[in-house]
Write a protein that binds this ligand. Sequence first.
Ligand code: IVH
Length: 668
Amino acid sequence: MEEIDITTRNRIAELRRAIEDHNRRYHEEAAPSISDREYDRLFRELSDLETRFPNLAAPDSPTQRVGGKPLKAFGQITHRIPMLSLDNTYSEEEVTDFYRRMERLLPNEKIPVVIEPKVDGVAVSLLYEKGELRYAATRGDGSIGDDITQNIRTIRTVPKRLRGDAPDILEVRGEAFLDKRGFAKLNAERTKAGLPEFANPRNAAAGSLKQLDPAIAAQRPLGVVFYGTGVIEGAVLEKHSELFPLLKTLGLPCSEGWRLADSVEGILRAIHELDRVRHDFAYQTDGAVVKVDAFAQRDVLGFTAKSPRWAIAFKYEAERVETRLHDILIQVGRTGILTPVAALEPVAVGGSRVARATLHNEEEIERKDIRIGDVVLIEKAGDVIPAVISVRTDLRTGSERKFRMPKKCPQCGSLVVKDKGQVAVRCVNSQCPAQLRRRIEHFASRGAMDIEGLGEAMVSQLVEHKMLGDVSNIYELNAATLSELERMGEKSISNLLNAIERSKSRPLWRLIFGLGILHVGVSASRALADHFPNLDAIMKGSVEELQRIPDVGEVVGRSIYDFFREPGNLEMIEKLRGAGLQFKGEEKTLDHSGSKMKGTTWVITGTLGQSRDEIAEMIIAQGGKVSGSVSKKTSFVLAGEDAGSKLEKAKKLGIRVVNEAELRKMMV
Ligand code: IVH
């Protein structure tokens, strides 16, 4: 055995600590701080050291476990068959070794394998009993996961009931994902709302599934790809490749682009072919999974402590290209934060054209020693947000310039400050036109007060014409002043004024979110509106009272407290009160006197984003009734996708048909 020196011991301890820390960030906080590649390197280094020095191997080493701890806030589900992970590799040689090892263990047998895309999402397991979705869980630590049934039910493509002849029990396993377009949209909305962007679609999907409020999960464009099973009763499968047609008949979405091979050459060819087509999939993929097709052969091959011997994941390198960084621009956000952005010579990477990359903050630029004029290596981390990885210092000519964060806001010339303990630099002028524009855009956005017609261009014009100094001025706009603006005819003026009028009745949580308080997102806004009777009570709340609210905590509580101590904000809030906005929370008693739905009768039909039972509950909670068939007494038909005869009948009887979005509007 090799001799163990103190440096090796220290390194092992250090690696374990670092990996635990990254695991926690990744699995529990859905906010990793290093790339998968870097993580895999640390993991590999540790597992190599443990193999070389078996005396130092430990049962509680992160190499011996699968994933993160389940979240306490959710119910827990014990997996009847553990959810294991796979060995990862970036090397074709290791794929070859994997196949050769199986050939040794199964001498004189052909070993067909399936090669399918490795979807970069969150592992989930769904159990259907007699065709009905019973529950859905995350992997958690492999043995126990979080009960995420309510959130999974909001996914359109996940059937609540299987089609056709379903097995008595079918547990399907796969990957929940946020599609690439939905991800880009979500991040754009988060930026607008002053919230941090998700680093990649996988974190966004994890974040969405871990939302305690299914209504928020429902707003995220999630999907699932199934690629395996857990418990099955009442059906017999002999091969993995038989699973896909079965899943299809049952109406379950499954792996696409999969191939079969029975040689090393065939496997490598399939891996390369998949790499060429994977950018066309709606979801993010980061590799190919190679699995033995025949279950009988899998049984012979068996498992190691952590993963099966019959499967391996080959990971593609994230695409990296070099390009020139022409300039570093400064963006001023709603809360005044100055973010440096790289203006790049446009290049094609990861299937799209990239001209901008985020540089996060000044420290990041210094750490990577990025200078204006440098040739930089950019990576499309998670295929979506491009990031500058490193600099080709060897190509420097001496004409490159160091970046200095401006001491003054590039938009208004005010001084900028760095808050204690924060890396970000902020423009402190609350009247800064850039901040003002962003704050008003946010207030009027769909997620907040939803004022149609008050988008970016309109807000810019109004701010330029000094018609808006804060959001309360929105309610002072009138036809006479609006007619001074370019291209504002009578029709657009009345549309805008009507939209503004309608916004006055938006529920309290939307108003709170719309105020754009630093760190206060939708969940915190909803939680505040639920806990306090009205805005005045929130305004009076002490930091201690505020931080006791779920989704708030210390930093957010302090930020809310400070916001309501700022004289300018108080003045604005009084004007909003004067304009007649909703300062009271919704009644949680069974008094439906104010509800538009009181006394209405509903019929629900078609496939909807939420289960029918849940929707029915919401309608009943608001004083409505739900009936199974359409008649003259029906007030509304809620129609989802593929609605059939009930929809036809409603149309014939002239009954109003609404979709889910319209229903939600009636409820707020
Ligand atoms: S099979 C026994 N197939 O990648 C292991 N996993 O690094 C069964 N993943 O834990 C997993 N796409 O969360 C399998 N087509 C695919 C996959 C896939 C993504 C995930 C899964 C797994 C991890 C392994």
